[in-house]
Write a protein that binds this ligand. Structure first.
Ligand code: GH3
Ligand code: MG
Ligand code: MG
Ligand code: MG
Length: 314
């Protein structure tokens, strides 16, 4: 095993990869039945300031993985008692896809096929034991950067830039999945459509920037009141909430609470204090698909507008 003495190794690592302070937020799980091998690799990882967990075999690793949130990368040996590295990889892949959890297989020299087998079983990468410090770090860093990049892309694809809420695309894809799952288990589901009242007038009177700030405030209040539901900005000043599970029964009272709280709030936009109201259409009967439910909710929203705005119709 190529590892210099600790101090040198640390300085060498800093020289190699730069700042390692950020590594502390990256949780790594190291799985190896050999205590020696585990200790050496663990030391390499700790020198890099990684948050390291260890396990002796696949079973232990799987249990630990299920109990610990946010493990980003699993480094696993191949040959281990009880559950080997291949079966561990297969089992982990049932829980997390490649884009969210990196798995690096460790294969011993002498069996050149193991690396390819690891990848075929769902690993992101592999290394040959004995592990060279520099290569270990490069592979780990590369895999973590890729995961971070994927995460940034996912956020950009699913979220609205101004408010941080889920966007229309995410609402329709995830909402339809939730809808189908709830329907097949005969659970109830409700959707609410929100449209801010006379928003054009707010823009015209106070400017687009004031309008944007109000939208951000509106979204924050939505996140707070509907925190257990699927909330999205589906259009300029139009928002949607999907209620399911235990939340179904609370749909109407939460909508009313939101409407009241919004109407009572003064939002500072110097030198003025602004306020706004919202009209809400809530549909609580099951339809054939999510789209049909939204259409019904939209009809009710229109009724709320026609009846004078600042109200919930269900
Ligand atoms: P109603 O009560 O009937 O809903 O009246 P309204 O004025 O809210 O309805 P309308 O649909 O005519 O106007 C919506 C306005 O929302 C028009 C548009 O300029 C504004 N808007 C949409 N997206 C944004 C945004 O991202 N920022 C700002 N500031 N305004 C936006
Ligand atoms: Mg082993
Ligand atoms: Mg509108
Ligand atoms: Mg409007």
């Amino acid at each position: 095993y190529i590892i210099k003495d600790s101090i040198n190794a640390y300085e060498y690592a800093v020289e190699l990869v730069g700042r390692i302070d950020n590594n502390a937020k990256n949780k790594l799980l190291l799985v190896d039945d050999s205590a020696t091998s585990r200790a050496i690799i663990e030391q390499m990882l700790r020198l890099q300031n990684f948050d390291v967990l260890t396990a002796e075999n696949g079973h232990q690793a799987l249990t630990l993985f299920e109990q610990t949130p946010d493990i980003k990368l699993v480094l696993t040996d191949y040959q281990m008692p009880e559950m080997d590295g291949f079966n561990l990889t297969l089992a982990l892949r049932q829980l997390q896809p490649k884009e969210q959890l990196a798995i690096i297989g460790l294969s011993s020299t002498g069996n050149s096929e193991l690396g390819a087998q690891f990848i075929k079983n769902g690993a992101n990468d592999f290394l040959t034991k004995p592990v060279a410090y520099e290569e270990l770090l490069c592979r780990i860093n590369q895999n973590i950067s890729l995961l971070d990049y994927m995460e940034a892309l996912r956020t950009a694809a699913n979220c609205d830039f101004l408010t941080g809420l889920f966007n229309r695309r995410y609402f329709f894809s995830t909402g339809e999945d939730i809808f189908q799952a709830q329907r097949s288990s005969a659970s109830q589901i409700a959707v609410a459509m929100f449209d801010i009242d006379h928003f054009k007038q707010i823009n015209d009177t106070y400017g687009h920037k004031a309008g944007d700030e109000l939208l951000v405030y509106f979204a924050q209040l939505m996140k707070k009141v509907f925190c257990q539901n699927l909330v999205a900005r589906i259009g300029g000043e139009e928002f949607c909430v999907l209620f399911y599970g235990e939340q179904f029964a609370k749909a109407l009272s939460l909508c009313q609470q939101f409407r009241e709280q919004l109407a009572q709030t003064k939002i500072t936009f110097l030198p003025q204090e602004l306020s706004m109201t919202v009209s809400i259409g809530l549909h609580q009967q099951l339809e054939d698909n999510l789209d049909a439910m939204l259409k019904k909710a939209d009809v009710k929203l229109y009724q709320a507008k026609a009846a004078g705005r600042n109200q919930v119709i269900n």
